[in-house]
Design a protein around this ligand. Structure first.
Ligand code: C5P
Length: 221
């Protein structure tokens, strides 16, 4: 059967990447984590001390930025100009700043165009904030995944527990602040596309969410 594109959007920590990766695995599709691209750009700017307020400098900085997303055995690897940044882009420093850099129009234009290229031949599961509204408005399946902020913080907490560097309360504040910035920014704010299916995953297991999305795909074949 013909391949389709699947857009998955939603607030921070809703489990989009876990779900998108599994859906892609089931359908033998390509998973594209667009958040990793914004994180990679943020990491790069922070490394060279380029503040988000200096938009011209940021754009200059990212003009020769090459981001590679490489599917691997233990999840996706991320390279920036050939450097492995898979772990580094998940740091608290990047978490704290990424939504600020993601407000920069020129950066978004660049990343959106790369993302659209990646989806041209279909068979892509892409997750982010503006995929259904901006990047792939014609995606055959669109999902807007949510969960309560408490549940999202708790999931993150369990994931990060081994590192033990942050409390549940702090995580909840960080997530709420990132959501606020993503929802209120001027360009491509986080919002559900009118034709997206709303999926509240607060009381769902991972397998249930994956199954719900795969069923949506079957209905359009
Ligand atoms: O998905 P993840 O939480 O890794 O995304 C990190 C940040 O990147 C988001 O909080 C948001 O500010 C930005 N982002 C975006 N548009 C996307 C994906 C991510 O603005 N499509």
């Amino acid at each position: 059967s013909d391949k389709i594109n699947i857009a998955i959007d939603g607030p921070a920590g809703a489990g989009k990447s876990t779900i998108a990766r599994k859906v892609a695995g089931k359908l033998s599709y390509i998973y594209v984590d667009t958040g990793a691209m914004y994180r990679a750009a943020t990491w790069y700017c922070l490394k060279f001390g380029i503040e988000p307020e200096k938009e011209e400098d940021v754009l200059q900085m990212v003009s020769d930025l090459v981001i590679e997303l490489i599917p691997g055995a233990n999840g996706q690897r991320v390279l920036v100009n050939g450097h492995e940044v898979t772990e580094a882009i998940r740091s608290l420093a990047v978490n704290a700043k990424v939504s600020r850099y993601a407000q920069i129009e020129g950066l978004r234009t660049k990343l959106v165009s790369i993302q659209q290229q990646m989806a041209l031949r279909k068979g892509v599961v892409m997750d982010g904030r503006d995929i259904g509204t901006m990047v792939l408005p014609d995606a055959e399946v669109k999902v807007f995944m949510t969960a309560t902020v408490e549940e999202r913080a708790l999931r993150r907490y369990k994931e990060m527990k081994e590192q033990g560097e942050i409390s549940l309360e702090q995580l909840m504040r960080d997530i709420a602040e990132r959501d606020r910035q993503d929802e209120q920014r001027e360009i491509s704010p986080l919002r559900k596309a009118d034709d997206a299916t709303l999926l509240d995953t607060t009381d769902m297991t991972i397998d249930e969410v994956v199954e719900a999305i795969v069923s949506l795909c079957r209905t359009i074949e």
